[in-house]
Design a protein around this ligand. Structure first.
Ligand code: IYR
Length: 222
């Protein structure tokens, strides 16, 4: 059945320019303090924080409003162990033979390798799945649109929400990732896009000394 085209008013907050500039600057300062970390404390996090952040992620715009995402949230140590084992198997292959030299050279400044202890140490892993298809009310396959874009936006919101809540994240992408469908019992129509590792950074956690591009390098005004 086709959904009715019914429209409602939005509750838009019109701000004065000064206030807008102040808010935009503050938000930039907040997100600019985010760094991907690889060393996590095992200290737990209230589940409610994760739930609110996932709700925030679910507000992302999506193609035809299909909301083609699924977030599998893992805190069970046995499942985390399985995920670590699966990821490390793939990563060993990647670092030993699958990755071409130019890719390994590009990764060298990050100091990454096939060992992924954070997959067990961090209190939460969120595996983000993209749904190529959804099932409609009659259990009929329904194609989704702009799936990667939509799930990418939702993931950005999730990372930002978690950072705003005072948590650190790491986007981890072992490749291939199909082992995650098996461990988590997710359908084949769902493609794992990444694992978001969530927790507090270890007290002495170090991050690579990388720089963000200047605005002039990433934007042009026409
Ligand atoms: N998936 C590997 C390799 C890796 C690839 C990129 I591109 C990175 O920015 C970081 C790592 C790993 O997680 O180690």
């Amino acid at each position: 059945m086709k959904e009715k085209n019914s429209k409602i008013n939005i509750d838009f907050n019109y701000l004065q320019p000064d206030e807008m500039i102040e808010r935009a600057k503050k938000f930039y300062q907040l997100v600019n303090s985010r760094r991907s970390v690889r060393d996590f404390e095992s200290r737990g996090i209230p589940k409610e924080v994760i739930q609110h952040c996932l709700r925030a992620a679910g507000t992302a715009p999506s193609g035809a409003n299909r909301q083609p995402w699924h977030f599998a949230v893992i805190s069970n140590p046995l499942i985390k162990k399985q995920i670590r084992e699966g990821a490390e198997l793939e990563e060993q292959e990647f670092y030993a033979s699958r990755a071409p030299q130019d890719w390994l050279d590009a990764l060298a400044p990050l100091g990454t390798d096939a060992k992924k202890p954070f997959l067990e140490h961090a209190p939460y892993l969120i595996v983000i799945f993209a749904e190529k298809y959804s099932m409609d009310a009659k259990n009929k396959k329904q194609k989704n649109y702009y799936v990667t874009e939509s799930v990418g936006i939702a993931t950005g919101l999730l990372i930002t929400a978690l950072h705003g809540a005072g948590l650190a994240t790491l986007t981890h992408t072992p490749a291939p990732m199909k082992f995650l469908n098996q461990i988590l019992g997710r359908p084949q129509a769902e493609k794992p896009l990444m694992i978001l590792v969530v927790g507090y950074p270890e007290k002495d956690a170090k991050v690579p000394a990388i720089k963000r591009k200047d605005l002039s390098e990433v934007a042009s005004f026409h």
